[in-house]
Write a protein that binds this ligand. Sequence first.
Ligand SMILES: CC(C)(COP(=O)(O)OP(=O)(O)OC[C@H]1O[C@@H](n2cnc3c(N)ncnc32)[C@H](O)[C@@H]1OP(=O)(O)O)[C@@H](O)C(=O)NCCC(=O)NCCS
Length: 155
Amino acid sequence: MKRWRRARQHDMAQVIDWIDSPRQLEYWAGPGLSWPLEQRRLWREIDGAWLRSRALSGDGHLLAFGQISLRAHRRCHLARILVAPGHRGQGLGEELCRHLIHEARDRLQAQRITLNVFHDNHAARRLYHRLGFIESGTLDERGIQPMILLTDEMP
Ligand SMILES: CC(C)(COP(=O)(O)OP(=O)(O)OC[C@H]1O[C@@H](n2cnc3c(N)ncnc32)[C@H](O)[C@@H]1OP(=O)(O)O)[C@@H](O)C(=O)NCCC(=O)NCCS
């Protein structure tokens, strides 16, 4: 059975198993994180305890992970969206993002929800477009594309 819960530091043990290279780490979490990965350091570097870190688990295993940060008045930012490699392409990424979007909109009253994605991360961009995110601003020199969702315009 699947359930949502707060993510904890020990979830990083599973996350670390899913990330095979510094490039994958960057795709998932953005630039600047330490490699090789270590559970406590990773949790600290992604501000695990300070941001709203959410986990979807199934039968005791982590299936998906993501974070919300409150960035400004009525603006939230989604970060570190991740689905277990063996469970991708089955809609879990969409379920994860919808969960985070609803929390941002309904609990934090977010009108604007932003995220950053590498422009060549095609699976992630397809997912965000499907959810209604649109490109906002231009690519930076690292190839990162900011995107935005206006919750007033959600169906
Ligand atoms: C991005 C990610 C969260 C998507 O999770 P998911 O569970 O596969 O998502 P969904 O099944 O809901 O949808 C994925 C979409 O990408 C497509 N897709 C999956 N793998 C793909 C690939 N390798 N290339 C292109 N499209 C791909 C799926 O077909 C689907 O597209 P659709 O809209 O046509 O149905 C997952 O691939 C992941 O964890 N990636 C690594 C971490 C990462 O890059 N996070 C994003 C940070 S911004």
